[in-house]
Ligand binder design. Structure first.
Ligand SMILES: Nc1ncnc2c1ncn2[C@@H]1O[C@H](COP(=O)(O)OP(=O)(O)OP(=O)(O)O)[C@@H](O)[C@H]1O
Ligand SMILES: [Mg+2]
Length: 295
């Protein structure tokens, strides 16, 4: 009992990581983040905590650093200052000795898709599987890839097409299939509905919500799409003045008096999204209660 604590074995570490998966109330914790490119300071003392199982929308003007924030969280951008913890592991400290590669526990859909144009959709989905599970047989890898393609709402026939042969909406779904390839706990989506027509965007929103629900994902979703915010986000974080100035439900944000938030949600587009959501809700009520009137 009084002896020196045993050096934890690798196996214990992986148990620890698994324990975090179930216990961690906040799978993403960013504290005091500062990012600068030369003299341009993008973030200054930015903090945010993402709750397990939520879809958090991240909004902010173009160039406010939403994508840089996402890249910092997934370790692609080394911050000037601050700490970032994902699934109980520090992203900002060296972690060369970690036996579980944290990158296998999240999936990312980058702004613009970032699919390999010389690989088919299925081959794109297979890339992370090859990287993290090289021991998987070709046949099983292909089977997993096909499953993810279908899970993402694409026909199986899309699997052998090249990204250049797909529509923009299909490319987004292919990117999503790749993001889901490793059964992630966290899903990062950077502008997933940008460039989609409203019907395609709404279908993509529904897909995200269904996946979040059935797979129990935590979703970090950067978007300019007000309909997406109203339809599927549990909370919204607002990036302005180099930090997260507010985070909460949309009614909570509307109750603040920050001019950017007011203009964003109460401007013409914000009001239209708000109205379309309350219309959708009242239509749903009529359908639920065809006798009408008596709820
Ligand atoms: N690798 C880089 N080198 C230098 N500057 C960068 C780099 N990455 C981003 N920036 C700058 O950081 C700022 C924030 O960029 P970021 O891409 O995060 O914006 P954003 O909020 O995602 O905008 P958008 O809504 O247009 O996608 C921009 O001014 C951008 O030019
Ligand atoms: Mg961006």
């Amino acid at each position: 009992m009084n002896g020196a604590p045993e050096k934890p074995e690798k196996r214990d570490k992986s148990f620890q990581a698994v324990a975090h998966r179930f216990d961690g109330e906040y799978p993403i914790i960013v504290h005091g983040l500062t990012n600068a490119f030369g003299s341009q300071v993008v973030h200054e003392n930015l903090s945010i905590a993402v709750k397990r199982g939520e879809i958090i929308g991240v909004v902010g003007g173009s160039g406010t650093g939403k994508s840089v924030l996402m890249r910092s969280i997934i370790g692609l951008q080394i911050p000037t200052e601050g700490s970032i913890e994902v699934l109980g592991e520090s992203i900002t400290d060296a972690r060369a000795d970690d036996d579980i590669d944290i990158r296998s526990r999240w999936g990312v859909l980058f702004q613009g898709g970032a699919l390999f144009s010389t690989l088919t959709v299925a081959e794109n989905v297979e890339v992370p599987l090859r990287q993290f599970y090289p021991e998987i047989s070709d046949a099983l890898r292909r089977e997993i890839a096909l499953y993810k393609v279908v899970l993402s709402g694409l026909p199986e026939s899309a699997a052998d097409k090249y990204p250049g042969e797909l529509s923009g909406g299909m490319r987004k779904r292919a990117g999503l299939a790749r993001a889901l390839s490793l059964d992630p706990e966290l899903l990062f989506l950077d502008e997933p509905t940008a460039g989609l027509d409203p019907i395609g965007a709404a279908a993509f929103d529904r897909l995200i919500m269904e996946l979040q629900d059935t797979l129990g994902l935590t979703v970090f979703l950067i978007t300019h799409d007000l309909d997406t915010l109203y339809e599927i986000c549990d909370r919204v974080a607002v990036l302005a003045d180099k930090r997260v100035i507010a985070v909460g439900t949309i009614p909570e944000l509307l109750a603040t008096d920050h001019p950017w938030i007011q203009e964003y949600f109460n401007g013409p587009r914000g009001r239209a999204a708000q109205e379309s959501q309350s219309r959708a809700k009242s239509t749903a009520k009529v359908v639920d209660n065809p006798a009408g009137g008596r709820a």
